[in-house]
Design a protein around this ligand. Structure first.
Ligand code: ADP
Length: 812
């Protein structure tokens, strides 16, 4: 069936049940539906005819050659289409198929009327072909005409037929009887049809009512209609205004009377009717169909059919209102609002879009994004859009768009799917915002962030270096046995390292004040320490001070050197001193020993020099005054003193060479036992104060510097002589132990305390006691000996007991 507008399903359903015979035709004469009575009268079935071209469903009886029903009806329909007017046709013969014998037709005469039905816009909507079955009347008339003709012929041939009068009379009586029975049948049929008609209305699910007479008395009102009206069946028999008083003055009444007065059928769509239901005035919207009901040729009443379309109307009103609200809001909004239809076409843009882009609504249909999107964004954005569009998903896209000034602006567009009331996808509603500034900030932030990351990396590196250098500093502090201290010049609070605290004997954990530090300082240094501190506070003078302290726990005297720097606060005020503290007791003592040593050297060198000076003066004097003076003995004495000085100076030279690394070992193979024996003999010749007892070993060859080893043995022997009483014995022993030769010198002298033993081989170290103080010496003999033995890879040590004597050993 070709597509044309058709009435709603409800309308068709209502029409089907209407108590009249009609076909509902599309404007191109296809059957939309037929009323139940029509189907009944034409022996047809609704399913077989709906959707068919009228003449395919109902064709002329082929056995009648000059059948013209089809042509006449077609002409009438065309007239209705052409003029938009109802067309009443004369009686038409249009036979119907005999349902018992489908190849046979039953004679039928009809009075068809074609009524055009229009839409609200006045457009032809559909055509109602209503028919009256006048077969009986026509056939009766034809029969009557036939019998009248027959009578006239009879009259004309009265004489001729006189003979047959009696039989004709009988026939007439029979005919009369037959006619009477026809009338009775027809009356019964009518009554049956009336019942059927009433039944159809009363049981129809569609709201229907029948008004009779001028005052519109309710004759039939079905339940559905009573429900609409909010009334009970009491209104039946009452007039419209009695039964439904609230209807007075409403437009629907005028429409109803229009149909009654003109007989013209009427259909009104979505008519607003106010009705009182349960005492409440309620507005409703109805599609209303009115059809005039005829009694003979006079309009006797109106059939009314109503379909409640209130929900649809209200829904439409809501949509219209919300649409209006949306537009109003969208137009005033700064947000870019747009609608895209289900084909992806721009349907609507709000004012904000036009202001930003300078576009106009005239070119929306032909709009091409490519002309406005940034070339770098176009392909990507379109691809993304079509992807979500296909899946009918929401989306958020960011892109650059040309604005009315020809600049690209960053837009963030959020699309939300639009669905109609049936839930079908009908496009997108989009909201967009200009995020150019945001993007700019983002780029700036990104840049700053990168810079920060870089700075942070550098900071981390610097920190690592700092940690590293701090560790190294700490290691250096540890290696140098340095304490550290920060003195807050404003509060006097001192922050000290553990080593510092230990150095002073201060508490290891609690806060320490500067006063507590000063308590340890020896009184003779207090002035100096305070002055240094005062200068630091006042003038920022760097701190470098060496002073003696009395260890707060042991009472031991220690020398401390503090070196520090003053740091200023932001206002340039001296706020703290960071200082390093070292225990310089060793250096101080070394220095002291050095000073003692120098004094002693001066003294020792002065003694032979004084002797030499005396001998030379004597020599001068004697050679001047005594002609034959033999100065030989003086020269010998001078020789001895010079030798003494030479030995002394050689000793000092050896030390300085040793310390500057210039001492050389001139190694050779020699027998150590033989060397010891030679030296013993040399000593015995030289000294008379002591007895040397020698225990020789068999020869033991070593590869060593013979002069230096003999210097070591000499030192040990001379010390034994120096530090043991006259006439005591000195034992020189040479023995082999584990493939090594061990040489020892034992005396029965003063002995050495266990405190002194570890320091004995230190440079300038001399045991300080009453006995040794009176014995001259420089504290370098053992130091030198130890250096020589160690450079040979050997070992030197002492065993001693105070007051008993000492034994010095070396092994190589
Ligand atoms: P010095 O020239 O003072 O003797 P040394 O280095 O030879 O220098 O000896 C260092 C110190 O060791 C001496 O001052 C002395 O106190 C102590 N000393 C060395 N040998 C002996 C010893 N045999 N008995 C006691 N004390 C000794």
């Amino acid at each position: 069936m070709p597509q044309s507008k058709i009435p709603s399903f409800e309308t068709l359903k209502a029409l089907e049940a209407a108590p009249a015979m009609f076909l509902v035709l599309s404007v191109d004469f296809y059957i939309l539906t037929a009323s139940d009575l029509f189907l009944q009268a034409t022996n047809s079935n609704r399913e077989n005819i709906i959707g068919k071209y009228i003449f395919d469903a109902f064709s002329d009886n082929p056995s009648i050659k000059d059948a013209d029903g089809e042509n006449n009806i077609l002409a009438s329909l065309k007239y209705v289409v052409a003029h938009g007017k109802t067309h009443l046709m004369s009686v038409q013969r249009y036979d119907i198929v005999d349902s018992n014998h489908p190849d046979k037709f039953i004679v039928r005469y009809w009075e068809p009327t074609h009524t055009p039905i229009f839409t609200e816009d006045g457009e032809l909507f559909y055509i109602i072909q209503s028919v009256n079955n006048v077969t009986e009347q026509i056939l009766s008339r034809l029969d009557a005409e036939q019998s009248r003709d027959d009578n006239q012929a009879n009259l004309q041939q009265v004489d001729a037929l006189n003979k047959n009068l009696a039989s004709a009379h009988d026939e007439l009586i029979a005919l009369n009887i037959s006619l009477e029975s026809d009338v009775i049948n027809r009356t019964e049929e009518l009554l049956a049809s009336e019942r059927k008609y009433r039944n159809v209305i009363e049981h129809s699910p569609v709201a229907m009512q029948v008004f009779r007479g001028k005052d519109m008395t309710f004759e039939i009102v079905n339940d559905a209609m009573l429900q609409f009206l909010g009334k009970t069946s009491d209104i039946i028999g009452k007039s419209l205004f009695e039964g439904v008083p609230e209807i007075v003055g409403q437009p629907i009444v005028e429409a109803l009377y229009g149909v009654y007065n003109t007989g013209k059928p009427l259909e009104i769509y979505a008519e607003k009717v106010d009705l009182v239901r349960d005492g409440v005035k309620t507005a409703g919207y109805y599609d209303v169909i009115y059809r005039a009901l005829y009694d003979h040729d006079q309009v006797a009443g109106v059939l009314g059919i109503a379909i409640d379309v209130t929900p649809q109307v209200l829904a439409r009103q809501t949509i219209v209102e919300s649409e209006a609200r949306f537009r109003n809001m969208a137009e005033k909004s700064d947000i870019l609002i747009s609608l895209i239809d289900d084909k992806g076409q721009l349907e609507y843009l709000n004012n904000a879009w036009y202001i930003l882009t300078g576009w106009s609504d005239s070119n929306l249909q032909t709009f091409n994004w490519e002309n406005y999107l940034h070339p770098d964004d176009h392909a990507d954005i379109m691809q993304r859009f079509f992807k979500v569009f296909e899946k009918q998903q929401d989306f958020v896209n960011e892109f650059r768009l040309l604005d009315s000034d020809g600049n690209y602006r960053w837009i963030r567009l959020r699309g939300t799917t639009r669905l109609n009331t049936e839930g079908d996808f009908i496009g997108y509603i989009c909201s967009g915002i200009d995020i150019t500034d945001e993007k700019q900030h983002f780029l700036e932030i990104e840049y700053i962030n990168k810079a920060l990351v870089h700075a942070n990396d550098q900071l981390v590196n610097a920190n690592l270096r700092l940690i590293d250098s701090e560790e190294r500093l700490l290691t250096a502090f540890d290696a140098g046995e340095l304490g550290s201290c920060t003195l807050d010049l404003k509060t006097g609070k001192a922050d000290m390292s553990v080593r510092y605290r230990k150095q002073y004997g201060l508490p290891l954990e609690d806060d320490i004040s500067w006063e507590m530090v000063l308590e340890a300082v020896e009184p003779e240094f207090l002035d100096e320490v305070n002055t240094v501190l005062h200068h630091a506070i006042e003038f920022g003078t760097p701190v470098d001070s060496t002073y003696a302290i009395k260890h707060l726990i042991t009472g031991e005297r220690r020398w401390m050197r503090v070196v520090g720097k003053v740091y200023q606060d932001e206002e340039g005020i001296n706020e703290r001193v960071n200082a390093v503290v070292m225990d310089v007791t060793g250096q101080k003592e070394d220095e002291q020993r050095k000073n003692d040593f120098i004094a002693m050297v001066s003294h020792e060198l002065k003694t032979p020099l004084t002797s030499i000076k005396g001998y030379i003066q004597l020599l001068q004097h004697k050679t001047k005054n005594i002609a034959a003076f033999d100065g030989h003995s003086f020269v010998d004495k001078i020789q001895i003193q010079v030798k003494k000085m030479n030995t002394m100076i050689n000793g000092f030279l050896n030390i300085s060479r040793l310390e500057s690394g210039k001492i050389q070992l001139n190694k050779s193979n020699f027998d150590l036992c033989a060397l010891a024996n030679d030296l013993k003999n040399e000593y015995e010749a030289l000294i008379t104060t002591h007895q040397i007892v020698y225990s020789p070993c068999s020869e033991f060859w070593v590869h060593a510097d013979e002069d230096k080893i003999s210097l070591v043995i000499n030192n040990l022997l001379s010390n034994a002589v120096k530090y043991s009483p006259t006439n005591s014995k000195i034992y020189l022993q040479c023995e082999k132990v584990n493939q090594q030769v061990v040489l020892s010198v034992r005396d029965a002298g003063t002995g050495i305390s266990s405190d002194d033993i570890p320091k004995l081989f230190d440079r300038y170290y001399r045991v300080q006691n009453e006995k040794t103080n009176i014995i001259s010496g420089f504290g370098i003999g053992l130091y030198l000996s130890a250096e020589i033995i160690e450079r040979h890879g050997g070992k030197i040590w002492v065993e001693s007991e105070l007051g008993t004597g000492s034994t010095f050993y070396f092994s190589i």
